[in-house]
Write a protein that binds this ligand. Structure first.
Ligand code: NDP
Length: 328
């Protein structure tokens, strides 16, 4: 039986991506086969689908760093046919066939059961972006940044990580400031729970090693000068969770915030996080994320529209999260 999938190829250095028909023999090794309901387009998927960065390590490959669906066959006792599951990271869509297909076969140890009350659609509305936002919030909590200590900044606010970070921080009672390059999205950002909105241009140019102390903590998906400025404006003992590079991979900063203000820079990686932390992050998302807010930030498209979304997310034109219904 065949199923639909996006396949990315690279022949003689030329990148190609299209919807094709595959069958079970095309799937890679794994002890669990999943009937995929939904995948999603993260920034990284945009890079993989367009070939703008070497995200995909083996060709041809089904892209998609996220998937949610139902177990079809399982060689494991802890996963039964019909279980609703979510998989993200672990090289999915990088060196193992990913989520932008109607079927997937993966290692059972990569799988997290979708926690109640989330549906598989909501799990993909969250996706790697939302789960990364949760990991970043957990890093602030570990760093001792508590609600009531002061403002917490979220950069890249209208994006997937930023939008869910705002909703989560506000659910936990933090006073959130959103930094965006889209001032027309202020209403959207305050609707998610931001107390105020600032222009990202105030953070994106080269700045001083130490600025005026403002942020109790921050979640940064932008990197480069923005992260350097955020660090320089973070208050004594604060924590900044760095998870992205929308402005750049560089970090033109000084050690001054670390050695003079005891600021902590917490790195966030979503791909190789141990399973226990994943389960904790998904369970906190299920408990704390406002699902009405999640619905307002989510659009759903079919497999054929994934290419257009990939181009738009790289151009900074996607607001919030996009779910891909692989069966539409
Ligand atoms: P999105 O494209 O949805 O969001 C990124 C946001 O960053 C944009 O919406 C925009 O927000 C802002 N932005 C874009 N370009 C620039 C720029 N040149 N300068 C400053 N701000 C900019 O991506 P995601 O939310 O999915 O991912 C965000 C980042 O986090 C990406 O770099 C991604 O690779 C990374 N990431 C890392 C993970 C990890 O494991 N560490 C996991 C998931 C994502 P606005 O318009 O509001 O300014």
């Amino acid at each position: 039986m065949t199923f639909r999938a996006i396949r990315v190829s690279k022949e003689h250095g030329v990148h190609g991506a299209s919807v094709v028909a595959l069958n079970d023999e095309d799937l890679m090794d794994g002890d669990v086969t999943i009937a995929v309901d939904y995948s999603t387009i993260n920034y990284k998927d945009g890079l993989a689908l367009t070939g703008k960065a070497p995200i995909i390590k083996t060709f041809p490959l089904v892209p998609g760093i996220d998937l949610a669906g139902r177990v079809q066959t399982s060689a494991r006792t802890d996963l039964k046919p019909g279980d609703a599951v979510v998989v993200n990271g672990w090289g999915l869509g990088e060196h193992h066939h990913g989520g932008l297909a109607q079927r997937a076969r993966v290692k059972g140890e990569w799988i997290v059961k979708v926690p109640s009350p989330l549906t598989t659609h909501q799990a993909m509305a969250i996706g790697t972006a939302g789960y990364t936002a949760m990991l970043a919030v957990m890093a602030l909590q570990r760093g001792g940044v508590a609600p009531g200590q002061g403002e917490v900044l979220v950069t890249g606010a209208s994006g997937g990580v930023g939008s869910i970070a705002i909703a989560l921080l506000s659910a936990f009672g933090y006073r959130v400031v959103a930094s965006t390059g889209r001032p027309d999205e202020s209403g959207y950002l305050t609707g998610l729970g931001a107390g105020s909105v600032i222009d990202r241009n105030t953070l994106s140019a080269p700045g001083r090693p130490l600025g005026t102390e403002r942020w109790a903590g921050a979640i940064d998906s932008v990197g480069s000068h923005t992260l350097a400025n955020v660090l320089s404006q973070t208050r004594y003992g604060g924590t900044v969770a760095a998870c992205g590079l929308a402005q750049g991979l560089d970090l033109p900063a000084s050690v001054a915030p670390f050695i003079l203000r005891a600021v902590t820079l917490a790195g966030i990686d979503s791909v190789r996080v141990p399973i226990g932390i994943r389960v904790e992050a998904w369970s906190q998302l299920a408990r704390h994320l406002d699902l009405d807010k999640l619905a307002t930030i989510t659009s759903t498209v079919g497999l054929d529209q994934a290419f257009d979304v990939a181009n738009r997310i790289l151009a900074g034109q996607v607001r919030g999260r996009t779910v891909v219904d692989v069966n539409a």
